[in-house]
Structure formats: C-alpha cells, structure tokens
Design a protein around this ligand. Structure first.
Ligand code: SAM
Ligand code: ZN
Length: 332
C-alpha cells in the first residue's frame, strides 16, 4: 500500500535513492524504520508513521537558528491551529479562494503539499483521488494530519514527510502537481532554492499553485499613510525579510516569526528562471484586511462589498499584485 512513497523518496542532500529498513508496519504505513543513503551515509528515521527527512544539521548552516525557532513555533501552534480559525468569515473566505486556486490546476496523480500544516489541503486533495505527500517542518503538525487521515480512512492515499522546502527529499520528475498554500514558502530562508527544487521534482507539463504573503500589499501602505506610520512604511519597503507577528489564541502571546515577503515581479522572475511557463499572478485580500482574531462572526455589508471587489479584480492588473496574499499558478 505504501510502496508508492518509497519509490519517490530520495536523500535530501545528494538526491540518491534510499534503502529502507522496516521495523514495524501495517497495511497502510511503515510505523517505525530507517531510510539510509549509501552515497552520503545519512540515516533518516521513520517514527510514528512519519518519514523524517530533514538534512543533517550541518547542511542548514547559518539558518539553523531560524529553522529551530520556526519549528518550535509551529509545533506549538499545531495544538490550537484548527480551533484558532473556527467560525471566522475572513478565514472561510480565504479557504474558498485557496480551493478555487487549487481547482484551477485540475489536481490529479501524485501531488506534493509543501507546508501542509494540519492538512487542510492534503486531506482535500486525497478526497479528490490524488496520492498526496504532506510535507512540513513541524512533526506535531504532521501528527495532526495523520490523526485526521486515519479518522477519514485516507491513509492509503497520504504519506507524511518531515522536511524543509529547500531540501526536498524526492527524486526528480515525480509529482504531477505541487501546492504550497497559506504562506508556508514565506518561512523558507533559502526560498530561491525551494523554487528550484519544486521545478526539479515536478514532471514536465506538471502544474503548481502557491499562495504567499505579498510585500507590496496595498492595504499596508494605506494603513501606514493614514496612521502616519511613515517610518514603518519606509522600513517595510526596504526590507524583504522581517518578522511576522502571530498571536496564539490559546495563550494570547505574540510570536515574531521570520518571514520573507515576496515582491510579485521578483517572484515571477524566479519562476521564469526555473523555466516555468503560463505564469499567472493573482491576489486576495486586496480591498479588505484579513482579521484572524476570532471576534468576527459575520461580515458587515461593507465587508461583503469589499469581498465582491476582491473576487472581481483578483486576476486583473494592477490589482492582481496588490493583495495581502499573492496567488501564483504556473506550468512546467
Ligand atoms: C501558515 S501554515 C499553513 C498550513 C496549511 N497549508 C494551511 O493552509 O493551513 C505554514 C506551514 O508551513 C510550515 N513550514 C514553515 N517553514 C517550512 C519549511 N521551511 N519547510 C516546510 N514547511 C514549512 C509550518 O510548519 C506550517 O505548518
Ligand atoms: Zn545522501
């Protein structure tokens, strides 16, 4: 049942194929075991049904501290991630947009979901009949996906991999589609490498759909100008990298998470350099600021109007590059 995932995994460091040793298994997954690379001698454990293919620490070099903080934050966030967004019309709207964007690529075959979190897209893609690899840097996020996949009897279609987007542990040309939804690629220090790797693991004619936070979001500018926060704006315009402030609902504590803010033109250029074609840029939350604090159960009339405009202008220039989030669809 799980042979399909063993066929596509490779060493994240040297891309060599891996030797599998199974210690405990059942019909749907390998529960414990190891994967070994004969070329660089690296060993990767399989525990609780999750393949841990993070590269050895020395390969993460000067970004190690960033990865550690991100990993710790998202591990903690996994406990309340789903609850935090319940009954929030802004978030429900966001999910409806993301689903439409995914559907525009006609999901099929074997697909990769980078930064799968608690599995919103992974489970949805499995329900559509795809074989899905849910990949995330946080093991606790992946554990949530595993619980849900078991409940929904989808384990035969899902494999879970702990890894980082800039060291994708797969052979070349193995995925029909690659997705990364809701800002996972904003947290990858070597984001250009991540796009290169995505291009390598995707089959020819394969498609991608990605959503990331936009550096050029118009509401940010308006907010800074109307609140006379010009220093904030100046700093924001200069910086490509910064810290995103996220509040964990459970503790009420704020966390500053390392983030790369994408410039739409540069993002398009990165994809062109990796030989992607038919690149389409869109945006959402262009006219309306997303509110994730859970105090809004219904949209006001004004917010409904702004959502209408958001839908109408999503793919139209110049609005397509001004949203809080950028959506990008492309073909290899
Ligand atoms: C905001 S969540 C989005 C999760 C999911 N796609 C969704 O829409 O709910 C971002 C996810 O990216 C993961 N992530 C952060 N940095 C990553 C990296 N370098 N490689 C892979 N995943 C990463 C986090 O652990 C987190 O689960
Ligand atoms: Zn290796």
């Amino acid at each position: 049942m799980f042979e399909w995932i063993l066929d596509i995994l490779a060493c994240p460091v040297c891309n060599n194929s891996l030797e599998t040793k199974i210690l405990k298994e059942n019909d749907e997954e390998i529960i414990y075991g190891t994967l070994k690379c004969d070329l660089c001698n690296a060993k990767y454990p399989i525990t609780d049904g999750i393949f841990n293919l993070l590269p050895p620490k020395r390969h993460l070099k000067n970004h190690l501290a960033k990865y550690r903080r991100l990993l710790r934050f998202y591990d903690r966030f996994s406990e309340t991630y789903d609850e935090q967004y319940l009954n929030n019309p802004f978030f429900e709207y966001q999910r409806s947009v993301e689903n439409r964007i995914i559907n525009l690529t006609s999901p099929c075959g074997t697909v990769l979901d980078i930064g799968c979190g608690t599995g919103k897209q992974t489970l949805l893609l499995a329900l559509k009949g795809c074989k899905v690899v849910g990949l995330d840097i946080s093991k606790r996020m992946l554990k949530r996906v595993r619980e849900k996949a078991k409940e929904q009897k989808l384990m035969d279609k899902i494999a879970l991999v702990k890894a980082t987007a800039d060291f994708l542990p797969f052979k070349k040309l193995v995925f029909d589609r690659v997705y990364s939804i809701y800002a996972a690629l904003n947290h990858v220090p070597k984001y250009k490498t991540a796009f290169k790797k995505i291009g390598q693991v995707l089959k020819n004619n394969g498609k991608i759909a990605i959503t990331v936070i936009n550096k050029q979001r118009i509401l940010w500018w308006i907010y800074s100008l109307t609140n006379l926060k010009l220093n904030f704006l100046r700093k924001a315009l200069r910086q490509n990298d910064g810290y995103l402030r996220i509040r964990l609902a459970k503790t009420g504590k704020l966390h500053d998470i390392w983030t790369h803010f994408y410039n739409p033109k540069k993002l398009k250029k990165i994809l062109e350099e990796e030989k992607f074609q038919n690149i389409v840029l869109g945006g959402f939350f262009t006219f309306l600021r997303p509110k994730y604090d859970g105090k809004h159960e219904k949209f006001t009339r004004m917010e409904e109007l702004l959502i209408y405009l958001d839908r109408k202008f999503r793919w139209k220039k110049p609005f397509n590059t001004l949203g809080y989030y950028l959506a990008i669809i492309a073909k290899k």
